[in-house]
Write a protein that binds this ligand. Structure first.
Ligand SMILES: C[S@@+](CC[C@H](N)C(=O)[O-])C[C@H]1O[C@@H](n2cnc3c(N)ncnc32)[C@H](O)[C@@H]1O
Length: 189
């Protein structure tokens, strides 16, 4: 109710929700780790269960740590880690231009840099061997199972099929697409 300035606004918001759009997409933001995270159209809505990942990362890191958030979506995970640490060098990556734009809006406040591209490919070379914590909530629904999602989930991200196809995530066993150089160098450090 508070998000609507006029009754017409409210009616439009309700219509979008009734049509199956997730509440966070209707409002344009999601609550994650106590933070308000901007969620633009087509960008994955951060889930509360992913807060577990944030807690694990924060427990392993120290203030000033170099943190990488791969498959960052809105940037929620990296943002929450950086805020909890108080001080961090944060780099986030997503292959989807809409996610990259959205993550830039969220990570600007903590000085995070957002890169567009495949996994660790676009990370600055200078980061090699200097990453303290790498977090990734990567795609986890196999491409051929996307059609089985309820519309509420499937329409969360209009470009999702494209992204899943690009990722080659065809099995819950892992990424099938061969990587040129093996696992991300950051993951090996
Ligand atoms: C399940 S969502 C998670 C988003 C975010 N980490 C979160 O928890 O809110 C997965 C994200 O991975 C991105 N993605 C898919 N394939 C990718 C790839 N090859 N390289 C980088 N990002 C990718 C998608 O665009 C999507 O934003």
């Amino acid at each position: 109710m508070a998000a609507a300035r006029t009754p017409a606004d409210l009616a439009a918001l309700v219509d979008r929700r009734v049509a199956g759009l997730p509440l966070e997409q209707v409002l344009g933001w999601a609550e994650f780790c106590g933070l308000r995270v901007v969620v633009e159209p087509g960008v994955f809505v951060p889930r509360h269960r992913t807060e577990f990942l944030v807690r694990q990362a924060v427990a392993l890191a120290r203030p000033g740590a170099a943190v990488v958030d791969l498959c960052c979506g809105s940037g929620a995970v990296g943002l929450a880690v950086a805020v909890a640490l108080g001080r961090a060098t944060l780099h986030a990556v997503d292959v989807d231009p809409a996610a990259v734009r959205c993550a830039r809006r969220n990570l600007d406040a903590v000085g995070g840099e957002v890169h567009e591209g495949d996994l660790d490919d676009p990370l600055p070379a200078g980061l090699r061997g200097r990453v303290d914590v790498l977090v990734a909530n990567a795609p986890y629904v196999p491409t051929d199972a996307v059609g089985l999602l309820p519309p509420r989930r499937a329409c969360t991200k209009p470009g999702w099929r494209w992204t899943a196809a690009r990722t080659g995530w065809t099995s819950s066993a892992g990424w099938r697409r061969p990587r040129r150089g093996g696992w991300p160098p950051a993951a090996r450090c």
